[in-house]
Design a binder for this molecule. Sequence first.
Ligand SMILES: Cc1cc2nc3c(=O)[nH]c(=O)nc-3n(C[C@H](O)[C@H](O)[C@H](O)COP(=O)(O)OP(=O)(O)OC[C@H]3O[C@@H](n4cnc5c(N)ncnc54)[C@H](O)[C@@H]3O)c2cc1C
Length: 507
Amino acid sequence: MTEKRKPSGPDLTKGVSLTDFKEAKLLGHVGEEDVLLVQAGSEIFAIEPACSHYHGPLAEGLVVGDTIRCPWHHACFSLRSGEATRPPALNALAVWEVMRDRDKIIVQRRREAPKPSAARRSAPTPDKFVIVGGGAAGFAAAETLRREGFAGAITMLSDDGAMPVDRPNLSKDYLAGSAPEDWLPLRGADYYQDAGIDLRLNTNVSAIDAKTRSVTLGNGDRLSFDRLLLATGAEPVRLQVPGADQPHVHTLRSVADSRAVIKTAGSARHALVIGASFIGLEVAASLRARKIEVHVVAPEERPMQKVLGAEMGDFVRSLHEENGVVFHLKDTVEKLAGMRATLKSGAVIEADLVVVGIGVKPRLALAEQAGLFADRGVSVSEYLETSVAGIFAAGDIARWPDPHSRQTIRVEHWVVAERQGQTAARNMLGKRERFDAVPFFWSQHYDVPINYVGHAESFDDIAIDGSISGRDCLLKYRRAGRVLAVASIYRDLDNLKAELEMERSHA
Ligand SMILES: Cc1cc2nc3c(=O)[nH]c(=O)nc-3n(C[C@H](O)[C@H](O)[C@H](O)COP(=O)(O)OP(=O)(O)OC[C@H]3O[C@@H](n4cnc5c(N)ncnc54)[C@H](O)[C@@H]3O)c2cc1C
């Protein structure tokens, strides 16, 4: 028999006093359901306490105006409506009516959920919007177009065979075997049908004609558009050494890739991960969870040193070593002959599974063929519009003017891709919304999450607060005295505050 879970905190139907609040929040229950009371200014709101993305504890989040931000991956929700206003959350939270009786706050009734976006569409219009890409940015754009009430045609073209998925999971829980495959799709097939989004999988777009406003599909069909969003993402850099084309050598981008790694892992005992990047090391951690011996070969002195600095690099290395990973740093793989990998140093590693994580390159072929202005990515304005009016770009391919770093930047972050997809969608509708979000990413290694806000292409100094090895730290990356980025381990609230501070300094 499963044990019944005890609801949290006081019974809110009986009422609580404001003096019981800690840091403007109080976790209680209404019947069987947990409810979080949040004080924002003079108002009190009652919401579901777990983020709809990965169930992060909103009681530890940051209240900004009448919104609350999740401490784990920086999703944001309206306290009034429960609506997810910032990715990575997609679904709204439940909200409850709050009554006040003198100094007592009483919650009894859950508010009716707002109608699903598909049902809010206005009368159909003849506009045809085409989205190339079925990843983070493409999906967020399609969803936002419907949320904003766009009633024209949306066609989403993806050369992948899988519906848009939670890509970050492919190197983490799914690969480790702790998340089932049905957690991966961002939405089920019925969502696209209900929302009238014509999602075409296994559909390659081979050309864009900016003059006639049409795209050509791999089968030769042409599709005209009024507005186009390019969100073709990135692809893994291939390893150019003899033997890299063997079946036990993998890269990781798609669900199919992750499935293939899992299949090989099923009978593998010794894995070789080439590259000590975020993805490479997440793969190493997931394969250790499968009890496979893991060796990591990489040319740098320390993992992630370029992005996170020497101290964090040393920590990441020792964290993986504590979990049994063997590093071969300042070394590279020269050839893969069957199960034997020979390194430049002369060392030989036996591996029946090889995962190559040596970086990605943006998929720019379409943009270049269409004659869009490119500079190490598709160049876009602050409105995410390319050099051709009506054609937008978002996600891993887009290089945009970032007001925070005061540079044009291109990043490969899940949340940035989703937020850009949303802004691009609103601008496809003519809203002229600037993309000025502070970049954010997270990475997970065993039980240690690393959160990073801002963007520091290079830095000359790191101010470390707390203890990195004690897994309780906040690092500020500075150039010429200016904080460009902040990374943290288990300082989630501080990380959210750093994000807010960066936003406000450019408001
Ligand atoms: C394994 C893995 C783990 C990751 N973990 C994290 C993480 O923890 N945190 C984080 O911040 N980021 C993470 N990332 C990065 C994040 O997933 C990307 O930044 C994000 O997916 C980019 O979104 P996008 O829409 O630009 O591209 P994608 O999500 O790659 O989508 C691109 C889409 O375009 C399609 N496409 C491309 N060319 C064509 C064409 N010619 N015709 C038709 N379709 C085309 C592709 O099939 C795909 O559907 C991870 C990435 C991977 C691969």
